[in-house]
Ligand binder design. Structure first.
Ligand SMILES: *[C@@H]1O[C@H](CO)[C@@H](O)[C@H](O)[C@H]1NC(C)=O
Ligand SMILES: *[C@@H]1O[C@H](CO)[C@@H](O)[C@H](O)[C@H]1NC(C)=O
Ligand SMILES: *[C@@H]1O[C@H](CO)[C@@H](O)[C@H](O)[C@H]1NC(C)=O
Ligand SMILES: *[C@@H]1O[C@H](CO)[C@@H](O)[C@H](O)[C@H]1NC(C)=O
Length: 436
């Protein structure tokens, strides 16, 4: 279900000015004169929007894209109200086919910047593929330094109660306990909606095939660091010891930059349990994915973007836990893993293959979209369909109805019914319908 873009554009961007609330909006108008007061800004409909988090991740695209023949991202700069003070502009190639936004680091910056982009009248993002391309901590059980992962699930792992581990009950294993739960292994009984975001698996697999065309960069120092993982008991870190490659596995989101074996194992478990999987799939940890995807999910709901066109790609710049015989602190703060530069470089090398693939095969494949074969969306079932994780959707498989009176019988279910179902579920969970 989609609403027209016009239905959502009744926004005031500047004092005394309001955006025209009609489909095909063509610029800012003065509400008194109802006439355009500035030249009509061009509305761009990029095929790909690259999302970087900070300067090095952006610069690798700015520097290298021109030599790929795909264009220069610094050809067009677009200021967007609401972007970060240090990254106030989006960038596009002259053709407008490829754009890039630097969101800023961590969840607040990512959510705020993406929301500004989604609501900007300068862009039509309904057919745009979003490529989140950032560096990350990497799980040595599943991938390695410089390796590139494409995710199906993004999990907001730290959205939990936390008791300092020095005060936790004996035998608990971790001080993290899911909301409404009593044990780290409980499924959260209280859900905010952004905990688990499932991506289009068919698109992920296409992106994986495209990214696999890249020759990834490596570094001698990173190789030496990887070798320290070889003597872990049972060879559990064997994947860490090989050269970088492109892999399919999932990402964890946390504002807290956690590090060490115990927290990494905790969030391995969190990811496995919250996604209802039986094996460990958590391989990358970063600070933004669920924030970006949460905005794209809302954009889809309001007809401003297509969540099914989101790709999350992360490259390992450091391990999330130390090799045997190194302390968590020494690993985090005192050792150089020599992988920052190859991770940034490999974001570009793998990412440019994805971008090129989408642009080259636009007419025959990507324009209409890649149909997902898995459930796509959040734990509430907001976009329709029944989640394959969590306690069951709130919208009866029909998706959420947003907007005013625009949902017919084929449309989504009402928010009031969903809120009531949420309250019932909380009471069943024995948490008294309260917030704790
Ligand atoms: C766009 O901004 C970058 C700096 O972010 C600058 O180097 C470049 O010249 C600008 N492009 C144009 C066309 O002004
Ligand atoms: C993770 O889960 C496994 C299996 O349930 C358990 O043995 C282990 O203690 C958990 N790890 C942590 C850090 O809680
Ligand atoms: C794709 O379609 C557009 C519009 O129909 C056309 O201008 C363009 O040349 C086509 N591109 C390719 C690669 O076929
Ligand atoms: C996911 O697992 C939880 C228990 O951890 C269970 O209550 C829930 O029904 C499962 N959901 C699905 C869709 O399998």
């Amino acid at each position: 279900m989609r609403l027209s873009v016009g239905a959502f554009l009744a926004l005031s961007h500047l004092p005394g000015l309001s955006a025209d609330a009609t489909p095909g909006f063509r610029g800012v108008t003065n509400s008194c004169l109802s006439e355009p007061i500035q030249p009509t800004p061009e509305k761009r409909a990029p095929k790909v929007m690259i999302i970087s988090m900070f300067a090095p991740e952006a610069e690798v695209w700015h520097k290298n894209l021109p030599s790929s023949g795909l264009g220069d991202l610094l050809a067009v700069n677009i200021s967007i109200p609401g972007l970060s003070p240090i990254f106030p502009q989006a960038h596009c190639t002259a053709s407008g086919e490829i754009c890039q936004l630097t969101a800023g680091e961590s969840e607040i910056n990512a959510a705020a910047s993406l929301t500004a982009l989604a609501l900007s009248p300068r862009f039509d993002l309904v057919r745009t593929y979003f490529l989140v391309a950032g560096i990350a901590g990497v799980n040595p059980k599943l991938a390695t330094l410089g390796g590139v992962a494409l995710a199906r699930f993004a999990v907001q792992v730290a959205l939990q109660y936390e008791i300092d581990a020095r005060e936790m009950p004996a035998g608990l294993g971790t001080g993290y306990i899911p909301f409404g739960g009593y044990d780290p292994c409980d499924y959260p009984a209280i859900l905010y909606g952004t905990e688990v975001l499932e991506l289009n698996g068919a698109l992920r697999d296409r992106a994986y095939a495209l990214a696999s065309r890249a020759t990834l960069a490596d570094d001698v120092g990173a190789g030496a660091h990887r070798a320290m993982y070889a003597d872990a008991p049972g060879g559990v870190f064997e994947r860490a010891t090989g050269p970088p490659s492109v892999v399919r596995c999932d990402t964890a989101t946390s504002d807290v930059y956690y590090s060490g074996a115990l927290l990494s194992e905790t969030f391995e478990n969190t990811t496995r349990i919250w996604t209802n999987q039986t094996v460990i799939t958590y391989c990358m940890t970063a600070q933004e994915d669920n924030a970006v995807l949460g905005v794209l999910l809302r954009a889809r709901l309001w007809g401003l973007g297509d969540y099914e066109r989101a790709i999350v790609m992360r490259a390992g710049s450091n391990f999330d836990r130390p090799p045997p015989s190194v302390t968590a602190y020494a690993h985090l703060r005192l050792s150089d893993q020599d992988a920052f530069h190859i991770a940034v470089e490999n974001l570009y090398r793998a990412g440019v293959e994805i971008v090129r693939g989408i642009v080259d095969e636009w007419n025959c494949t990507y324009k209409v979209g890649v149909r997902p074969t898995n459930y796509v969306g959040d734990v509430f079932g907001s976009l329709g369909g029944e989640p394959d994780f969590g306690p069951g959707g709130l919208f009866g498989g029909r998706g959420a109805c947003v907007g005013e009176g625009s949902c017919g019988s084929a449309g989504g279910a009402s928010a009031a019914a969903a809120a009531e179902s949420m309250r019932r579920r909380r009471r069943r969970g024995g948490v008294g319908g309260g917030w704790k």
